[in-house]
Design a protein around this ligand. Structure first.
Ligand code: FE2
Length: 397
């Protein structure tokens, strides 16, 4: 049965997988600087001959850092083209077979047909479709959608199912997995000192000039998302740089994917075009991580050496006139470089890191919402002036 509001049966973001040049060193960075803990591992020691992955966890955020051990692995080509970047924004779904078949029926390009992933801890069902650039959406399900009889529940899962068509046997199968992450991973606990990152709030995709509506239609037609907020180049334009953005969201507004495209600035290169030039395609631009006490989280991140964009000091002289009273002391926000914006329902506090790799591509947003459902529109101008300053220093404006 297809729910028109949630046709693929998406439950939540299961994890974000990055393809990186050196996963061991990237893991150290996310653990020591961003406060994640290592939860699981796969690699040579677990019988993987072609790839190593580390699973990093902080509250409800799961990142997977994957590096190829051989040049034939597809991650090697991905890194050659894009540098370190997001390969997979993976969902937990009610039923991976249904999610895949429905998505393909609605026009998605299939990447991996539904299959079982099995180890000694049980079985998980997996499939994947393509989205912008070389990015994919995996679907993972732990439980078949049909309720099995006691007899079929006791039957061990069949391994190596490769067919996209759901057979009667698959329909009756029940999936239960008790391992640390997914089949193939072994539990490996290396605690980090957490900084209060709680949840992925949104993940922004940068797409090529003229492609924003195409990808918004993709999220509407394939995933059943709706347009949540639209920003045009009047909202997001400075002297040089401009972009357009539409926020796509599931019906419950739990999963939010803004889609950006470059717009003509007054003679300079859009920050979105800079990303696309260096990423060599469309791709994930930033991941916004929600926290409950941004003053604490950002202070810890800065102490750990994370570099953030800073807006001019004059921002703090004017901001309270724009947003009205807030609970926090403006001096603390100024000291840490945190920005404020307000909508009808409340306000938000946000700050953006510089790119976290040498190519000016992926970065992070640290965000606290106090009722506000927006994305910081009131901060775009100040922020983009400081992004342009960075672009100028890179010779890319
Ligand atoms: Fe954002």
């Amino acid at each position: 049965m297809t729910d028109t509001k949630n046709p693929l049966g998406l439950k939540k973001i299961h994890h974000v997988e990055f393809y990186v040049g050196n996963a061991k060193q990237a893991e150290f960075y996310y653990r020591k600087a961003f406060g994640f803990s290592r939860a699981a591992y796969r690699g040579l020691e677990t019988g993987d001959r072609e790839v190593t992955s580390y699973v990093l966890r902080q509250n409800r955020v799961n990142f997977v850092l994957t590096t190829p051990l051989v040049p034939e692995h597809p991650a090697a080509e991905h890194i050659k083209q894009h540098g370190d970047g997001v390969r997979d924004i993976a969902f937990q779904v009610e039923d991976a077979d249904h999610a895949y078949n429905e998505a393909v029926k609605r026009g998605a390009k299939g990447v991996t047909e539904p299959r079982d992933l099995t180890d000694a801890n049980g079985t998980v069902r997996h499939a994947a479709i393509a989205t912008y650039g070389d990015t994919i959406h995996s679907f993972y399900s732990y439980q078949a959608s049909t309720t099995p009889s006691a007899e079929t529940a006791a039957t061990p899962p069949i391994q190596g199912g490769e067919s996209g068509a759901a057979t009667a046997a698959q329909q009756e199968r029940v999936y239960a997995y008790s391992g640390a992450f997914l089949p193939g991973f072994t539990e490996q606990l290396v605690p980090g000192e957490e900084v209060g990152i709680q949840l992925v709030d949104h993940i922004v995709g940068n797409v090529e000039l003229g492609k924003m509506n195409y990808w918004c239609d993709f999220y509407r037609d394939v995933m059943g998302f709706e347009r949540y907020i639209t920003f045009d180049d009047k909202d997001i334009s400075t002297e040089y740089s401009a972009l357009m953005s539409i926020v796509m969201s599931d019906g419950g507004h739990n999963i939010k994917f803004p889609i950006n495209e470059p717009a003509e600035g007054k003679g300079g290169k859009s920050q979105i075009q800079e990303y696309i030039d260096f990423y060599r395609s469309a791709g994930a631009q930033h991941i916004a991580l929600l926290c409950k006490d941004i003053l604490h989280t950002v202070a810890k991140l800065q102490e750990n050496g994370i570099e953030f964009l800073r807006v001019p000091d004059t921002y703090y002289e004017e901001v309270l006139d724009r947003v009205g009273p807030i609970d926090e002391d403006i001096k603390d926000l100024h000291r840490l470089g945190i920005l404020v914006d307000r909508d009808d329902e409340g306000y938000l506090l946000q700050i953006f890191t510089k790119p976290v790799e040498d190519r000016p591509t992926v970065f992070y947003e640290i965000l606290q919402r106090k009722g506000c459902k927006g994305f910081g529109k009131g901060n775009f101008k100040a922020l983009f002036v400081s992004i342009e300053e960075e672009q100028r220093r890179r010779g890319n404006l």
